[in-house]
Design a protein. Sequence first.
Length: 714
Amino acid sequence: MNKTSLAALMDKTSMAAIAATMLASGTVAAQNISYPPTAKENVTDEYFGVKVEDPYRWLEDDTSAQTASWVEAQNSVTQAYLQRLPMREKILKRLKETANYEKIGMPFKRAGKWYVYRNNGLQNQSVLYQMDAPDAPADKWRVWLDPNTLSKDGTVALKNISFSNNGKYMAYVISRNGSDWEEIYVKDMATGNVLDDHIVWAKFTSATWLGDGFYYSAYDAPEEGREISSKNEVQKIYYHRIGTPQSSDEVFFHNPTQPLRFYSVEVNKEETVMLLSEAGMDNGNNLYVRDLRRKDSQFIQMCADPRYTYGSVEVEGNDIFILTNADAPKYRLMRASLKRPGYKDWQEIVPEGDGVLQDVTFADDMMVLDYSKDNCSHLYTYTLDGKRKDEISLPGIGTARFGGQKGEKEMFLSFMSYTTPNSIYSYVPESNSCKLMYAPKLNFNTQDYTTEMVFYTSKDGTQAPLFITYRKGMKLNGRNPLLLYGYGGFNVTYPPTFLSSMIPFMERGGIYVHAVLRGGGEYGEQWHVSGTKMQKQNVFDDFISAAEYLISHKYTSPDYLAIKGGSNGGLLVGACMTQRPDLFRVCLPAVGVMDMLRYHKFTIGWNWAPDYGTSEDSKEMFEYLLNYSPLHTLKPGVAYPATLVTTADHDDRVVPAHSFKFAARLQECQAGKSPVLIRIDTNAGHGGGKPLAKHLEEQADVLSFTLWNMGIKK
């Protein structure tokens, strides 16, 4: 491996001089940007006889001084550009105004008390309050856990909480700086004090209680300095007993013969049944069950086809209710028995329907089933033996979630849409009616905006919905700034969501559009699979077709069209901008998977193989990935759209090297006048739990960059 001297190319003084010159001249035109020079290595990999160069491999080392210097240099140029955008401060000010409203979640009952999450408006993290009743006045709420006190800058996020079944303890899981690494702490329910118990190097876990202790999933501590990028292998389940150090925790389960799998357990409230889930080998999971009433009982495998998902939703005596897409692409509800737990003996309670069955909630003596139809919520009440009773009337087309518990009379639901912020209702089953409990007060009028749902046709004739939100009365003349968002992967759905951050964009004549794409879960497992592996191009074709629909119907034109997506959606943006650079004015790939040949070599990237395939699977799979990998399909001499790549230094899900290498290659290839910049956030990760202040700063940068490069100056 021949390395070029990096230090000479990373002179901090020269980078500062470039930034100072830009600031002094007041110019942000792309042709005046001097991008930080990026060294190249002579690195070549061979796949099935094909040699592939990887000259920016050195940027994968997130601990090196050279990478740190490159990051500093890139951020210096990017911030100099962004800070000179004349509307940025106005947009940031407006973003703070539109975000500054009280946000309250659904109340829930645990250990005889009621709890609710609340954010007073601009708090970085929402606060958990304790109440004596679900309708207690706010002045009677007690702060139970405030994550904002756990760090000065709001970078410690509360991931989840769980209460012991005996009512003595509450475990809470936190992450720092946006990392997927998690820590677990414990509060004493009687005193409210935080105990000495402290778990580190946990990941993708919650605390599953059994008696005076809990199970959690963790990995061995990574090598010092490689916490963000090292590959995660051999997840273990431990049992921690309250009052003991983590060093004495017992390994309850692990499978070193299968290092690239996830394992977790759950225990029912009565502590009679334990379920073990095994995932990571395909799109779904295997499920095992153990009868805790029998002292020497062992796990029994319930199902053995990991192409499908099996998730328990309730345990009633010997019966386990399971939501699954096995033999039902849009999911069905089934019941298994501890006496005969094998899949062949399961009974169907609610068969597959027209919509996708997303969730089942047991409340009082009934069930509420949450269906998605064309990506919008529909809630139905059912008897426990699976007979449909009523559809719950919702305020409109949007996203609803139901809350309740078996044996408890109190029931709630939340509702939001693109033009309606999250509101909380109580539900009265006797009259099948909802009563508004809480609707936030806003400092802007949502009635000024409207959402259309239309259907576009993709390249192969497949149809899918677009959700188009804009200010009422707008003329559709093809000159409207439009931000098109998509994801399209991992069976994930993105239902209608209220985004206060889009208000400043729409106030300036902008249109926000969410495109439903194959690869997601909006129409069931067949829809998901049709956007995976060697059908992944369908997702990109969908997104491009959605853009073409919007142009042909005069919502916008290529000069005013921006595309945005994060993670797998960042891959989407990267692939589409390399395939159709003529179609877009601005591209905004966030924390994207850009190197499709090496993604599986970092942290938990191997877990994405069921959706993507890997470059090691076969010659055909390698060639398919190479053909659309954003990093490898950038070509010199092409005029690419204005691009702002965003990532973060603590992203240990999609490591920032993806974005680093892509940005370096894009700057090398750019033949047009449009800027191609990278914004690298510090003390932040993949996005989950990001402090509100950081989120608003990033949104201000993204929106001002987008509008400026569309020629909109105010």
